[in-house]
Design a protein around this ligand. Structure first.
Ligand SMILES: Cc1cc2nc3c(=O)[nH]c(=O)nc-3n(C[C@H](O)[C@H](O)[C@H](O)COP(=O)(O)OP(=O)(O)OC[C@H]3O[C@@H](n4cnc5c(N)ncnc54)[C@H](O)[C@@H]3O)c2cc1C
Length: 477
């Protein structure tokens, strides 16, 4: 039996980040992956979806050009086959850049097989069993298919196969309006597909703040019909798919399944090792080290559904890789939470969401701004959106925000960095805001929050010479 210091299962973002850390300390490691290389993000995730969004948003701009005095926009047309081939070309470029980086170690360290645990330190690879002192599970996640829906697979497409479509049929239902469903649903609508979006509940694009949820549903609903009561039943009818909801039914050519993703644990054998599992079947692990309790197995990336986004998967891989290869385990702090939905306008959740703050019974105030009537939004012809900033009522510290506004991805980064830097609402307001920018809207929300907190604002927004430096809350705590 071959023996390794470390085995990494999965050559996705988390696995590759883990490998980089591991390779700094040992050459006796192996990466095992039986799938198509290139990572979920580059192959069927972040990158092809954003390529489609760029085209869709650009084409959508034609509706505002006439108002600006730019004529001829009605003559623009869009070739759906070329759009998809462009998406695939960009995707292939991103995949190539991932696989190119793997070139210098795959021959010696990659095994293209499926792994299954036989004990806590041995893996069955089909035709051989290997032993590893430490094992990192980084097997990612898979799209969820509700039970029984395989019977309609001729009509259903998930994100694993969506980007392989040559073109789009005329009528498509997008089932699930979380981050992925909303991004792709809006893009399809903007390139001229007749789309119906069917979600369950108001948590569109990941939003949890009820006021923003209602507003966002109304705004996206102006582009394509949105149903929030879910799918009751599927049927095939006259060569099409009939989707029955509690109010009505829709006859579509295809449906995109975007009902979330589940950890890729099936067949891995982790559940046969006698480990304690949580209610989702995930072994209990330490979120500071990613070590599964009572083992020398680490679990990193989307396979633990803690923070299923790219930069978090990479961090988790690095932490697991570092700890697997070190003599002494280190606990690592996580970054301030930041999640973005690349809908237009962007949606973002920063730090603690409205829902989390309520669940944790935090005493907070909400600073609000509407982008209807906001200077730069008017100039951009994008008067849609709102930001809610959540601030600790007593301390004035920034806790989180929910964002739905033009250039929201950038507002989200500013706020995430401010929260990570532990600056309070008054210090945030002492930062420069240029004119006219979308950030001035964020300042309005911060000013609103500053007027509601217990810690009183300085005389002017600019700090006095005797005020504490940035990084120390105004009340000295
Ligand atoms: C449509 C879509 C859009 C997205 N957009 C964004 C975005 O804009 N921003 C963002 O931050 N995130 C986005 N994400 C999420 C992001 O892609 C993931 O968080 C990230 O790819 C997770 O990386 P991972 O390493 O955990 O898993 P993966 O990259 O999926 O890697 C897992 C690997 O494990 C292998 N594997 C599985 N089981 C076994 C086994 N038993 N034996 C051997 N190998 C195995 C698989 O073949 C695969 O290569 C998006 C995802 C999707 C689907």
């Amino acid at each position: 039996m071959k023996r390794y210091d470390i085995a990494i299962i999965g050559a996705g973002t988390a696995g590759l980040s883990a490998r980089r850390e591991v390779a700094k300390r040992t050459n006796n490691y192996v990466v095992i992956d039986d799938g198509i290389l290139g990572t979920t993000c580059a192959r069927v995730g972040c990158m092809p979806s954003k390529a489609l969004i760029e085209t869709a948003n650009l084409f959508h701009k034609r509706h505002t050009l006439k108002k600006l005095g730019v004529g001829g926009a009605h003559a623009l047309d869009l070739d759906r086959v070329k759009v998809m081939s462009h998406v695939r070309q960009l995707r292939d470029r991103f995949v190539r850049s991932v696989t190119k980086e793997m070139d210098d170690w795959t021959e010696t360290h990659l095994i293209k097989k499926r792994a299954k645990f036989t004990t806590k330190n041995t893996l069955d690879l089909g035709d051989e069993v290997i032993h590893a002192d430490k094992i990192i599970v980084a097997t990612g996640s898979k799209p969820v298919w509700p039970k029984g829906w395989e019977a309609y697979s001729d009509y259903l497409v998930d994100t694993d196969s969506f980007f392989e479509l040559e073109t789009f049929p005329s009528k498509v239902a997008v089932i699930g309006l979380g981050v992925i469903g909303l991004e792709l649903g809006q893009s399809l609508a903007r390139i001229g597909v007749d789309v119906v979006g069917i979600g369950l509940g108001n948590a569109i694009g990941g939003l949890t703040d009820p006021e923003i949820q209602t507003y966002a549903i109304q705004k996206f609903g102006e582009e394509f019909p949105i149903v929030t009561t879910g799918v009751k039943e599927l049927r095939s009818k006259d060569g099409k798919l009939e989707i029955i909801t509690s109010e009505t039914s829709y006859l579509v050519d295809k449906a995109l399944l975007a009902l979330g993703r589940k950890p890729s644990l099936a067949g891995l054998g982790l559940d046969e090792l006698g480990l304690e599992l949580d209610d989702k079947g995930i072994p209990l692990y330490d979120p500071g080290t990613y070590l599964i309790e009572g083992t020398s197995i680490f679990i990193a990336g989307d396979v633990n559904p803690e923070r299923p986004i790219l930069h978090e998967a990479a961090d988790e891989g690095r932490i697991a890789g570092y700890n697997a290869a070190s003599d002494k385990m280190q606990c690592f702090r996580r970054r301030t939470k930041l999640a973005i939905t690349f809908a237009d306008p962007n949606i973002a959740i920063v730090g603690k969401s409205y829902d989390e703050l309520h669940r944790e019974k935090v005493d907070f105030v909400t600073g609000k701004v509407s982008y209807e009537g906001q200077g730069r939004a008017i100039l951009k012809m994008q008067e849609i959106g709102m930001i809610h900033v959540y601030v600790d009522r007593n301390k004035g510290s920034l806790l989180g925000a929910e964002i739905f506004c033009p250039d929201g991805e950038h507002m989200a980064h500013l706020l995430a960095w401010a929260i990570a830097g532990k600056i309070d609402v008054h210090h945030a307001l002492s930062m420069p805001f240029y004119h006219p920018v979308i950030e001035e809207g964020l300042r309005t929300a911060l000013r609103h929050a500053a007027s509601l907190v217990e810690v009183k604002a300085p005389v002017l927004e600019t700090m006095r010479c005797q005020d504490p430096p940035v990084g120390v809350f105004a009340n000295g705590k």
